[in-house]
Ligand binder design. Structure first.
Ligand code: G1P
Length: 294
């Protein structure tokens, strides 16, 4: 079955980006001039997703507005003959069909996904977390969709290798190796200490799930951090069904943290011919100014 819907949980408070997140949604913070959430939705769209379901909280209206039409701005750009900008704004406003559900209490990622149950119905769906931007010509979530299709619509979790000392930041999977990129999962654990982690294979927030996960999410107890964890539900599922972990291709930026955000900004500035030369010149100047030699 084709995967048409994606859940994107955005109810988090974004405390690592305070004070900006005191007044603006973390997802709207841009890398140069493009909000971070744009890259997540773009990945979903390029993979063929037709409907995005944001799981929101108060103060997140700007994310929904961003993907809506802005007739007033369009009229202004048209009047001023700013055709390039007009095209860009129109394109964003018609990128994808957006709906949202509220997560009234912040009870964890498992709870956030469960909030979207009524919007999903009886079909497989994708989940993308906004803290990780993955850049690849074949979108990461599409790679997981393709593997799911190959395995009769099974659940597929995107994974990547991380340094062992970071296992306490992620959901960590274990399983039997099928090929160099694929595992049949035998378990998943949320943020284990490095000494307890079964592997160094972490999920940076890309999942293909099926509606059976909702029944499990309704029953699981609170887990790590006293929250309802998606990881715990996947762990239950892989005890009874085939669940796959897939080492997707792509460059991943941890934009949920300030160092990762900075790294993405530098990469994007260097990659774009429109900013590259001025950025390099300014970098050289600043390095000299602060007496830094590389
Ligand atoms: C969540 C998930 C975790 C996953 C991570 C990826 O944790 O619970 O399994 O590895 O996102 O960013 P959070 O970072 O929201 O605490």
């Amino acid at each position: 079955m084709r995967i048409r819907k994606a859940i994107i949980p955005i109810a988090g408070k974004g405390t690592r980006f305070l004070p900006a997140t005191k007044e603006i949604a973390k997802e709207i913070i841009p890398i140069i001039n493009v909000p971070m959430i744009h890259y997540i939705v773009q990945e979903a769209c390029e993979a063929g997703i037709e409907q995005v379901i944001f799981v929101t909280a108060s103060g997140k209206f700007s994310v929904e507005d961003y993907f809506d039409r802005n007739q007033e701005l369009e009229a202004f750009l048209e009047r001023n003959n700013k055709i390039k900008e007009l095209d860009l704004i129109r394109q964003i406003g018609s990128m994808v069909d957006v709906t949202s559900v509220r997560q009234k209490e912040q009870l964890g990622l498992g709870h956030a996904v469960l909030c979207a149950k009524s919007m999903i119905g009886d079909e497989p769906f994708a989940v993308l977390l906004g803290d990780d931007i993955v850049i690849n010509h074949n979108p990461a979530i599409k790679q997981l969709m393709d593997l799911s299709l190959k395995h009769d619509g099974s659940t597929v979790i995107g994974v990547m290798e991380i340094p062992r000392e970071q296992t306490n930041k992620y959901g960590i999977v274990k399983g039997e190796v099928i090929d160099e990129k694929t595992l049949r999962m035998t378990g998943m654990v949320e943020k284990p200490r490095p000494e307890d982690a079964p592997t160094n294979l972490a999920t940076p927030g890309r999942y293909i799930l099926t509606p059976e996960i909702f029944e499990i999410l309704e029953k699981i107890p609170r887990g790590a951090g006293n929250e309802y964890q998606l990881t715990d539900a996947i762990n239950v599922l892989c005890q009874k069904k085939n669940v796959y972990a897939y080492k997707f291709e792509g460059e991943r930026f941890d934009t949920g943290s300030i160092p990762g955000y900075l790294d993405a900004t530098i990469d994007f500035a260097l990659k774009d011919p429109a900013t590259r030369d001025t950025f390099v010149a300014s970098l050289k100047y600043r390095l000299t100014k602060y007496g830094i030699t590389l």
